[in-house]
Design a protein around this ligand. Structure first.
Ligand code: SF4
Ligand code: SF4
Length: 112
């Protein structure tokens, strides 16, 4: 689905951008944060931590972290948390990016 314009109240809102912090040696490699990050900001690294697991790492589109905090909430080991870096104004590009991303996810879930 493609939105044809910015929402009328877009000036009243902003998009938070987060910095992801990972305490690698606490991680037990469950992958919850990777699986459930709504914006696909994380992936499994090739490194081993002190426990012998692969901790997550931030992927290239890290600016997509919207500081929702879900990774920190879901982590059973308190090994990941985010901080607010800045909040930016919503642009038409952001709207298109979000709609493209979620229509791709819709198609994937319909195939299951
Ligand atoms: S705060 Fe949200 S968007 Fe950012 S990495 Fe964690 S789950 Fe993903
Ligand atoms: S949710 Fe926590 S323990 Fe699981 S992979 Fe992510 S950082 Fe590691």
């Amino acid at each position: 689905m493609k939105f044809w314009r910015l929402p009328l109240d877009s000036e009243a809102h902003s998009i938070p951008q987060g910095i992801v912090n990972i305490i690698e040696n606490r991680c037990k490699g469950c992958g919850f944060c990777i699986e459930f990050c709504p914006n696909g900001c994380l992936k499994e690294s090739k490194r081993f931590n002190a426990k012998g697991y692969h901790p997550p790492e931030v992927v290239m589109q890290a600016e997509d972290c919207v500081e929702c905090g879900l990774c920190g909430l879901i982590c059973p080991e308190f090994a990941i948390f985010t901080e607010l870096k800045e909040a930016k104004k919503i642009t038409e590009e952001d709207i298109q990016k979000v709609t493209t991303r979620y229509s791709r996810k819709d198609k994937r879930s319909q195939k299951r």
